[in-house]
Design a protein around this ligand. Structure first.
Ligand SMILES: [Zn+2]
Length: 489
């Protein structure tokens, strides 16, 4: 009896601090967006797509306590109490919070862009520290990788303030500055002069809290090797948007992930020279690589045997596939500044007088979708992220949703596509025991969606509430706070 009393007292003493660790005090700024917060929340009569790729399960109750999923039960009516909030989710679907694996906190501005798609140099990359985190969270993204930073201190401090409850936004894996070679087009990236330079950059930023790295198009094999070794020594992973180094070379050097599906592999580019980016930057290779052919099979086997993940970024390529794609969403236009909206339409139109592309974009699109599917079918870890760089149509959050729709176009079932955008990302991050699927004991990062994305994937756009660490945020309020801002700050 005495020990029971004591443990009860201990539990009472421990509870507040344990809860605080789960979910910190929220600032006024964050509280403005909170729709549901209670010691106990019961989501009743919801359809669950749990993130494992299995079929949807109808009519379930999900119990949220202290930021965690405390129970999943057969659907039943529950009475609300002073401590327990109950949401009736008839007609809604609950999926895990999205884990966005190519999700920037910047936008690419093209100075003096005109209707011929011409723009002036230098291309600059403004930070979207205010708008991007809100757009991500509004769309259901509860964890994201920045996948290359231009203002690394801003990203690190933003992550700290979000985790401290001061600002709204997802959990962030901050990627260091782009690991780029000397021939770069971008003024805001480091331009390495040696492998030692690469090693020092990785060490410097790892010591300041960066948790991943991304190599870029003009890095040499020796620089990439130095960067990978330095990162791995600290238990950190390296991804790459490569060109000077082929996918197979990078796999053999020990890279952990490759961005942009199979669009930027250069192994079959006719002008490819070692350590130098080719003219087509991978287009030629993708056009030549027949899905199911010997080169594709050999490449996929090499990637899988070296445990290299692939990040699908279909939204950033969709505009090139032709046919007036993607469909325009009013909410996307509403989020942008007038200038960003103008650029959006200029980039979207293809001037009739413009040069005909040397490689048929529709062929590239077809080959990439088939290769991504073959890679996943063969057991490769496929991740998803939109690459929201302002290339016409792709914005934070909205792009994450579009990526899932396009994975379904590639032949994945809706549940499999959702898994790629949730549990697979969590697995890559080594966080699959805490996030990425709906299971008892996991963090309550959940997206409440009106409709049934397991039948009609476009319903994934109808997000109403996003739970992060068990706190439910109002998607529309977050979007409203960003109206007309994206492209400015
Ligand atoms: Zn990118």
């Amino acid at each position: 009896m005495r020990s029971v009393t004591l443990s009860c007292v201990l539990a009472l003493l421990l509870l507040p601090s344990a809860m605080q660790a789960q979910s910190p005090e929220l600032s006024k700024t964050v509280q403005e967006f909170v729709r549901v917060r209670a010691p106990k929340i019961v989501l009743t009569h919801a359809r669950i797509v749990d993130g494992t790729g299995g079929p949807a399960v109808e009519d379930q109750n999900v119990i949220i306590e202290a930021g965690k999923i405390a129970g999943i039960q057969k659907g039943a009516d529950v009475t609300a109490t002073a401590d327990a909030t109950v949401l009736d989710l008839h007609g809604y679907t609950v999926i895990p919070g999205l884990v966005g694996m190519h999700n920037h906190l910047f936008y690419i501005a093209r100075p003096n862009l005109n209707s011929q798609r011409h723009f002036d140099n230098p291309v600059v990359v403004p930070q979207m520290t205010f708008s991007a985190p809100r757009l991500y969270l509004a769309a259901g993204v509860t964890t994201m990788r920045t996948t290359g930073s231009v203002e690394t201190y801003a990203d690190l401090n933003l992550k700290r303030d979000i985790d401290a409850g001061k600002l709204p936004g997802p959990h962030i894996d901050v990627t260091g500055p782009y690991l780029e070679g000397s021939q770069s087009y971008f003024l805001q990236m480091p331009h390495f002069t040696s492998p030692e330079d690469a090693r020092q950059t990785v060490d410097y930023w790892a010591e300041r809290g960066v948790t991943s790295f991304k190599a870029y198009m003009n890095i040499t094999r020796a620089e990439l090797k130095a960067a990978i070794d330095a990162a791995h020594k600290r238990g950190l992973k390296v991804t790459g948007h490569l060109c000077s180094v082929t996918y197979k070379e990078a796999a053999e050097l020990g890279i952990d992930d490759l961005e942009h599906g199979f669009f930027v592999n250069t192994q079959l580019d006719s002008d490819k020279k070692p350590d130098v980016c080719s003219q087509s930057a991978g287009g030629e290779t993708l056009a030549r690589m027949e899905p199911g052919g010997p080169e594709a099979k050999d490449l996929i086997a090499t990637l899988i045997s070296h445990h290299v993940a692939i990040t699908s970024t279909l939204p950033v390529f969709e505009g090139d596939a032709g046919g007036g794609r993607p469909p325009i969403r009013q909410q996307v236009l509403d989020a942008m500044t007038p200038q960003a909206r103008e650029d959006f339409f200029l980039l979207r139109q293809r001037p009739a007088s413009g040069p005909v592309p040397k490689i048929d974009p529709a062929l590239l699109w077809k080959h990439d979708l088939a290769l991504e599917r073959a890679f996943a079918t063969a057991g490769g870890l496929l991740l998803s992220g939109p690459d929201p760089t302002g290339r016409g149509d792709v914005l934070p959050g909205f792009g994450d949703q579009r990526g899932i729709e396009l994975l379904v176009e590639a032949g994945f079932s809706p549940s499999e596509a959702i898994r790629i955008a949730t549990l697979n990302g969590a697995t890559y991050l080594g966080r699959e025991k805490e996030i990425g699927s709906i299971a008892v004991g996991k963090t309550a990062d959940l997206v409440v969606i009106k409709g049934d994305p397991s039948k009609q994937i476009s319903d994934i756009e109808n997000v109403e509430i996003v739970f992060k660490d068990g706190v439910g945020y109002d998607s529309q309020k977050l979007l409203h706070s960003v109206r007309g801002r994206y492209g400015q700050y």
